[in-house]
Design a binder for this molecule. Structure first.
Ligand SMILES: C[S@@+](CC[C@H](N)C(=O)[O-])C[C@H]1O[C@@H](n2cnc3c(N)ncnc32)[C@H](O)[C@@H]1O
Length: 276
């Protein structure tokens, strides 16, 4: 797939996932783990009472951790969320920065931008700015933000080094980042090659050491992995959205096939800063 095709495929997948999450909320159905590209269980990992306070946005969350749980965001800060989706983390950031701060969310999917704007308006925030754009070419000024956060998005980018360079460009000197993302080690070819596994945040993911090296090469400083959540084979099955016919897997060997990736996929939390 060309980079443009990757963006189109991912945007279509997340438009559909958003619609399904809303239908489930509207019908009171509590499903979702096997219908969304990323399990709702994983999406809510690390969120406490915020999920109840911002219930609608939380129901359309497709993350793999809570970047604001390990970001030292202060009142008055400007926070930028890469791949903000329906805006759950934007609302939590807006609670943290207060009315004197600013929150910017970037997403390439129209439906996600509309949902984020709607959720911010419903929550009464006028300082949340959801902008349509690519994380590889951020519509954000140089050296203008205190924090970059991101939740389960950079793995979906076909040009991760450009994203890392953009993080460095938009941070003010001294500004920091808190990123929760999926990383992998030695994935078998059948997962690497499948589109469904790509949109499910697995096939496009890189190794933790390549991720750290990419952030460092972009000039970011003090890059560290502060936490990891390793997924079990069952959780990976959930992430791959249930339709194993599409993955070309034989149901009779499914458990054995999935067991090949046991322990090879995890969510990692990355922090660091722009020194100068
Ligand atoms: C797995 S979802 C995560 C959404 C959100 N961070 C959350 O925690 O709910 C990935 C989001 O990233 C967006 N996205 C993926 N690749 C992107 C890119 N290259 N540029 C901008 N947005 C992108 C998708 O449209 C989708 O909303």
């Amino acid at each position: 797939m060309s980079d443009k095709d990757v963006h189109t495929t991912v945007a279509e997948a997340y438009t559909g996932a958003l619609e399904r999450s809303r239908e489930q909320t509207a019908t009171g159905c509590c499903g979702g783990a096997n219908d969304a590209p990323v399990s709702q269980t994983a999406a809510l990992a690390g969120y406490g009472e915020e999920a109840a306070v911002h219930e609608d946005a939380a129901a359309s969350s497709f993350g793999c951790g809570n970047p604001l749980a390990f970001a030292g965001v202060q009142k008055g800060d400007t926070v930028l969320d890469l791949g903000a989706g329906a805006g759950f983390d934007l609302l939590i950031a807006a609670d943290r920065v207060g009315p004197e701060g600013h929150v910017i969310g970037i997403d390439m999917t129209d439906a996600m931008i509309d949902a984020a704007r709607e959720n911010a308006a419903k929550a009464g925030f006028s300082n949340v700015d959801a902008r349509k754009g690519l994380i590889e070419d951020l519509p954000v000024d140089d050296a203008s933000v205190d924090w970059v956060i991101s939740n389960c998005v950079i793995n979906l980018s076909p040009e991760k080094d450009r994203v890392f360079a953009e993080i460095h460009r938009v941070l003010r000197p001294g500004g920091a980042f808190a990123i929760s993302d999926i990383v992998v080690e030695d994935l078998p070819a059948w997962i690497r090659e499948h589109t469904q596994a790509y949109v499910a945040c697995v096939a496009g993911a890189i190794s933790e050491s390549d991720y750290v090296a990419g952030l460092c090469s972009a000039g970011l400083d003090g890059v560290e992995v502060t936490d990891r959540l390793v997924y079990s084979a069952d959780q990976i099955k959930g992430m791959l959205a249930g339709d194993f016919a599409n993955l070309g897997l034989d149901p009779s060997t499914l458990d054995a096939d999935i067991s090949e990736v046991d322990g090879k996929v995890w969510s990692a939390k990355f922090t660091g800063r722009r020194k100068d």
